[in-house]
Design a binder for this molecule. Structure first.
Ligand SMILES: [Zn+2]
Length: 266
């Protein structure tokens, strides 16, 4: 693992500037009765947000200046914190984070050797696990970074075992795994029994305070494309995790889709 290169080159376009939406609207024709929002309607359409969420976001764009400030700050952070990696969008086959560090037993336990996370995620995991331990709970990291080549092997194994349709519900195609970001941890048993544990309940209540977000929540299979995974958390940083909670009802996929479409507009 190459651990000495601190900066990474994003494979996504980092927006150079983000104007206040009102400033952009000033130049519009004014023919529309609701020009503020019509300029962004394509974002809501393409992000496929449900009506309750897009209504809430539209309201915030119009009347909450902090929304744009928070969004701008997030977009100026490391793009890999908010890049959308899902069934449709993939990382390139040669993307490998340059600041991976090996996990060791600390406040959390590791289930096996050779677990790696990016530096910031590893530090945050330690902070979060320390808080859990203060409440008598020990988090266990069972899986973390997965290289592209490992994903190729893993996906093929599932396809061989259960066929492609079943494999696609539980395993990402190569390049489509959030694990390639080096920002994801699978906790505990990596199966549904994890949801019944105190550790899972603690993470549900507390993970976002430390910058972590459950990627595949229960009841959102149609949105994320994945079966519920109570154990799979992505490190987003505290600002983005709060943004997801405050404006997107805690649904990471909605927030990242919104950001994905928003940056196309700017
Ligand atoms: Zn996972």
């Amino acid at each position: 693992m190459n651990e000495n290169n601190k900066s990474i080159t994003p494979s996504v376009t980092t927006p150079a500037s983000h104007e206040e939406p009102d400033a952009q609207i000033d130049g519009s024709s004014g023919e529309d009765t609701n020009p503020d929002i019509s300029a962004f309607s394509i974002v809501f359409t393409n992000a496929q947000l449900p009506a309750n969420i897009s209504g809430k976001i539209q309201q915030n764009i119009l009347s909450n200046p902090f929304f744009i400030l928070e969004l701008t700050a997030i977009l100026q952070s490391d793009p890999y914190l908010w890049i959308l990696v899902d069934k449709e969008r993939s990382l390139s086959g040669n993307y490998e984070p340059q600041d991976l560090v090996e996990l060791n037993n600390g406040s959390y336990r590791i289930n096996r050797d050779d677990l790696y996370l990016r530096n910031a995620a590893a530090a945050s995991l330690e902070e979060m696990a320390s808080a859990a331990r203060a409440e008598g709970l020990v988090l266990t990291a069972s899986s973390a970074y997965r290289s592209y080549s490992y994903q190729v092997q893993l996906y093929q194994r599932y396809v061989n075992e259960m066929g492609q349709n079943a494999a696609d519900k539980i395993s990402a195609r190569p390049g489509h795994s959030q694990h390639q970001l080096g920002l994801v941890v699978d906790f505990g048993s990596i199966d549904d029994s994890f949801a019944l544990t105190g550790e899972s309940r603690w993470l549900t209540a507390n993970a976002s305070r430390f910058g972590w977000s459950l990627s595949y929540p229960q009841g959102y299979e149609g949105v994320t494309g994945y079966s519920w995974e109570s154990w799979h958390y992505r490190y987003m940083g505290k600002a983005l995790a709060a943004f997801i909670d405050n404006y997107f009802n805690g649904i990471q996929q909605y927030a990242l889709r919104f950001i994905h479409e928003w940056i196309k507009l700017n």
